[in-house]
Write a protein that binds this ligand. Structure first.
Ligand SMILES: [Zn+2]
Length: 276
């Protein structure tokens, strides 16, 4: 059951399209990055094939008495030079880092970065693909990139491994990851209106800060019935009464977004609605 993504292959772009159709599992607050060590880049001169992934799955699931691990699950994704191979479904917790299995997707990058170079050639290609994948996943999860949302296996106090390799510095990798969701700017950089919505709900889109429309207006005392009566959509655009909410959007956390729960709007527009 857990290994149901074996056989799926994506690029970062097609992974993003796939994830848009998947509900965000509530258990994930971070990604844990690993290297495969064995196989190394040299041992996989053309990267992974689906058969390689099936072989790894077989090794994980075989009983220990037959030389396997006896696992019912494993890491979630394997990344090579330019592709992402599925292993375990994102709804299932994996097995990859003792302290992080309960809360983190496990991502394996092809190579042995105790010895192989992550900063040139194929090593760099693999790490760039890993960085793009990390960005896509964080955007799907709605989590800004940080040293606590991007974990390295070796951050786990329960391991003595150097994983994902001594040659990979965590700061270097985090810098390589395109910003999925900008971290909330500090007060010096951006003066945010005090609207009583926790920062974790803010979303940067279309170069403006947006908050959940329904949560915001009801928190400001607009009756729930009134909000829902005024909210409508037409051709993907969002209206409140007759007002077009320019820059409003859905967050497709559910396969069929509900206007009351997943409709976001620029905070500026919402303040105008309150004043009118
Ligand atoms: Zn590891």
């Amino acid at each position: 059951m857990a290994f149901e993504n074996v056989g799926k292959v994506w690029t970062p772009t097609s992974l993003e399209e796939y994830l848009a159709t998947r509900a965000v599992p509530g258990w994930i607050d971070s990604l844990t990055i690993h290297h495969t060590a064995a196989p190394s880049l040299v041992q996989r001169p053309s990267g992974f094939t689906i058969q390689h992934i099936r072989n790894i799955q077989s090794f994980y699931s075989r009983p220990k008495s037959q030389g396997g691990r006896g696992w019912r699950t494993g890491p979630h994704l394997f990344i090579d030079d330019d592709e992402i191979f599925g292993m375990c479904d994102f709804r299932s917790k994996g097995i990859h880092a003792a302290s992080y299995n309960k809360r983190s997707l496990g991502i394996e990058v092809l190579g042995d970065y105790d010895t192989e170079n992550p900063k040139t050639g194929r090593g760099l290609r693999c790490w760039k693909t890993a960085a793009a994948t990390t960005s896509v996943l964080l955007r799907w999860l709605g989590i800004p990139k940080s040293a606590s949302s991007i974990l390295f296996h070796r951050d786990d106090p329960q391991t003595s491994k150097s994983c994902p390799g001594r040659k990979v510095a965590k700061d270097w990798f985090i810098d390589l990851v395109p910003d999925a969701i900008p971290s909330p700017p500090g007060p010096d950089e951006y003066e945010k209106p005090e609207v009583g919505i926790p920062w974790s709900y803010w979303h940067f889109a279309g170069e403006q800060w947006c908050v959940p429309l329904y949560a915001f207006l009801t928190a400001k005392g607009v009756p729930s019935d009134e909000v829902l009566a005024n909210l409508r959509t037409s051709n993907g655009a969002l209206y409140y009464g007759t007002e077009l909410i320019n820059g409003g959007f859905y967050v497709s956390k559910n396969s069929s977004p509900k206007p009351d729960e997943s409709t976001w709007a620029p905070v500026r527009n919402l303040l105008e609605i309150l004043e009118s």
